[in-house]
Design a protein around this ligand. Sequence first.
Ligand SMILES: C[S@@+](CC[C@H](N)C(=O)[O-])C[C@H]1O[C@@H](n2cnc3c(N)ncnc32)[C@H](O)[C@@H]1O
Length: 199
Amino acid sequence: MNDIAGAYSARAAEYIELLGTVELMHPSDRELIGTWGDRVVGEAIDAGCGPGHWTNFLAGRGLDIRGVDLTLAFVEHARRAYPRLRFATGSLEALGASDGSLGGVLAWYSLIHHAPDAIGPALDEIARVLRPAGLLLVGFFTGAAVEPFDHAVVTAYRWPVAELTERLRASGFETVETHTRTGTGYRPHAAIIARRVKV
Ligand SMILES: C[S@@+](CC[C@H](N)C(=O)[O-])C[C@H]1O[C@@H](n2cnc3c(N)ncnc32)[C@H](O)[C@@H]1O
């Protein structure tokens, strides 16, 4: 995890410039993330919030949301850019919320660096903090097989939707919706909305 935070710290300014505002994002991502937020009941965490632009976007739609990220440079930027919102350093493996206390968790491209043998604890932690029927939204790179590739910042993984769906099921989620998008000029993208199953 230190490697990930270090790699993002080294390129934080570049990332913020290229990817750090919602206006730079695909319109269908704004639509999906926004309407997901409208369905969340109660508090939410933007887990792996990066520069905090999605946290701010969702807060602007009325969601009670805070951001958590491993990379201090992003947290410091987010605090400066959105001073009325809450951001903290932390990890997807320890979200700093009590059991069943949240209505939603956004993990938008923040699980992409988790190797297949490391993603389980993060999904378990998200399941722990969500109340029954709480909603997780995951955005990720997709492909035909789980495989690593050379991401601009640090090694990332592609996941077939079915494979990540199965990992989510194993951590206590049922899939509500899946979305995929392919096109020229960007890597195939997928998103899953998953509901915390009642225990
Ligand atoms: C590709 S960026 C996505 C950031 C933001 N969600 C966005 O959409 O721009 C990945 C982010 O996940 C964070 N991250 C990666 N692994 C993490 C972990 N285990 N715990 C918390 N944050 C993590 C990184 O620091 C980075 O900010």
